[in-house]
Design a protein around this ligand. Structure first.
Ligand code: FMN
Length: 336
């Protein structure tokens, strides 16, 4: 059956699904995830030209692939069309496709657009062009990192960490935060290199005192806790001024922590803001020379990602944002 010409009319990826050998003289079954009316006119034209009836089975890509898997040798599909080359590759790896030998297809479809073993051909007449405006201020684009920033667990943060110059930038960004009364209530301690060993030893000893039954493994973990990343910043707030509520000074310190995350991310690093038990331990406070009234705000680990973090579920904006209504009163909204 000469349906290669017909295949080429499509503007998506096309491949042959393997099914049991059967009489293909008068009917062609197409499994497709496409839903465009334009395809129907192509089917009609093909039918008119060849006298072959086309049976179209429409569904989502993965559903069609699963269906082929389930049907196995009983599958009556002749052609599988998806809009996603990765799915074609998967279908091939699942053994759903059989190779097709066609000089014409090879001539018309470039090598980079077809499977080297002829299991599928990518046929496209649609170009998705990336436009690069040279005079565009890329600084503005960098702001998008706020929409994509993601923490990475400290144990996945590897060398290299920020160098001295980069650290300086991070610290300058960190301290550029709103600060009611210009109190500068926050403090940052940098822990890196061998200092991590000293700190780990302190944490281990404190942990051992409060957990006399701790196993050697646990104590070892405590010792290595600061070693999870090349660099760690201990951020705290020093409440010395009572004129501005302590709460506001803590909030300002929270902004310092967030700015550290953003600055580190903008330099290409990953980070994680952790509290863990040292955050709430008075002995750790003393060892870090914090006063009783001071607060640890976080231990921020920074380094190079050893793996790309997967996105986590984010809240729906409408669940947390409401609009103050002009009819809103202390007792609720008055009916219009
Ligand atoms: C103040 C503070 C303390 C945190 N402490 C911990 C912690 O001890 N352990 C933990 O697993 N995550 C902790 N997290 C959460 C991590 O930072 C986590 O990686 C982050 O919320 C992931 O979300 P993101 O990718 O949006 O940054 C803390 C977050 C904040 C703001």
């Amino acid at each position: 059956m000469n349906y290669y010409k017909w295949l080429l009319l499509f503007i998506c990826c096309v491949c042959l699904a393997c099914g049991q050998p059967r009489d293909q003289s008068s009917e062609l079954t197409v499994y497709t995830s496409r839903h465009y009316a334009a395809d129907d006119s192509l089917y009609a034209e093909f039918q008119r030209e060849t006298g072959t009836t086309i049976r179209v089975v429409k569904n989502k890509d993965d559903t069609l692939i699963n269906r082929l898997l389930t049907e196995g040798a009983q599958a009556d599909a002749d052609v599988l069309i998806t809009a996603d080359a990765a799915r074609l590759h998967r279908a091939k790896n699942l053994g759903l496709l059989q190779p097709i030998k066609s000089k014409k297809l090879d001539q018309l479809v470039g090598e980079s657009l077809r499977d080297p073993e002829h299991h599928w051909y990518a046929l496209t007449l649609r170009a998705r062009i990336i436009v690069h405006r040279k005079d565009f201020d890329t600084g503005a684009l960098r702001n998008y990192l706020l929409l994509t920033r993601r923490s990475l667990v400290a144990s996945k943060l590897t060398e290299p960490g920020p160098n001295r110059e980069e650290l300086d930038l991070i610290l300058r960004c960190a301290t550029r935060v709103p600060d009611h009364g210009k109190l500068t209530p926050w403090r940052i301690k940098v822990v890196q290199g061998q200092a991590r060993r000293a700190l780990g030893q302190v944490w281990r000893d404190i942990f051992e005192r409060s957990h006399p039954d701790a196993s050697a493994e646990q104590l070892n973990f405590e010792c290595n806790r600061p070693y999870r990343a090349p660099l760690m910043l201990i951020v705290s707030t020093k409440i010395e001024n009572q004129r501005i509520p302590a709460w506001e000074q803590i909030l300002s310190g929270g902004a310092v922590c967030q700015n550290v995350l953003i600055a580190a991310t903008s330099l290409g690093y990953h980070a994680q803001w952790l509290s863990e038990w040292p955050n709430y331990d008075t002995e750790v406070k003393e060892a870090t020379r914090l006063s009783v009234g001071d607060y640890f705000l976080g231990f921020i680990y920074i380094g190079t990602a050893s793996e790309v973090p997967v996105e986590r579920v984010r809240p729906q904006i409408e669940d947390i944002v409401s609009w103050y209504d002009e009819g809103e009163t202390a007792h609720g909204t008055t009916p219009a």
